[in-house]
Design a protein around this ligand. Sequence first.
Ligand code: ARG
Length: 291
Amino acid sequence: MTTVPAPEAASIVIPVELRQPTRRHYLMCPPTYFAVEYSINPWMDPDRPVDTELAVRQWTALKETYQRLGHTVELIEPRPGLPDMVFAANSGTVIDGRVLGARFRARQRSAEAEFFRRWFLAHGYRDVIMPSGINEAEGDLAWTGSALLAGTGFRTDPGAHAEAQEVLGVPVISLQLVDPRYYHLDTALFVLTESGPTRSAQIAYHPDAFSAGSRRVLRRLFPDAVIATATDAACLGLNGVSDGLNVVLPWEATDLATQLKERGYLPVHVDISELRKSGGGPKCCTLEIRG
Ligand code: ARG
């Protein structure tokens, strides 16, 4: 038997002109009724004041950033009494036009799922399936171009991973989250480049957010991943949105931005301080519609 050498961590630097951005289609919800009225993650302190107008301005700047980058943004109408509805990513996973909706763990958010289901039906999506297990959608499910990375430990049930695989017809790789500050996968990991016929996917993540076994899985699958520091993670820097070239992320994630530039990406900074009081960042506000 011959042994094949293990792949080395990538040392090839890709110049910016070789990175290929692709146009994206996003669904967002204005934070008109945004507030921190309950606490379902360690970031949320109902006693700390929230400036909803500032949240709206920051969210609007995020939306306009996407539009300036050439992406399409559609909107869903916010509903009073649902202060977390701005975090659209938690309400659907769309691959090849097939929609897997959400089922929230917290009763305070459960009504959001139905408004998103209706939005998809009203916009011509025929395959809209609602999960039977707790499934917080893109909060815990990240599409690499060939598989879904799926977080569990705080919100989405492991059984929902199997359900996502069955409904969406894509391979699902389960990952165990262990730090309550990084309660959703999208607070600890995001995809920078999706895999394609001639390239493998590239991701960024914060290893300490994952169990030892899941860290080994990530190292095995993504030997050239961008490894984010604790400081990057603590400002929700991993809650980024990449189009393959431009990477929208909180301005405080400076180490991460430096690493991304070295890899040929263009960091695009946004200020998301008000939404972070609820444990959210750019990605949480952004549901990607694929196909
Ligand atoms: N307050 C919201 C919650 O705890 C924040 C959700 C952020 N969304 C995300 N995709 N991480 O559910």
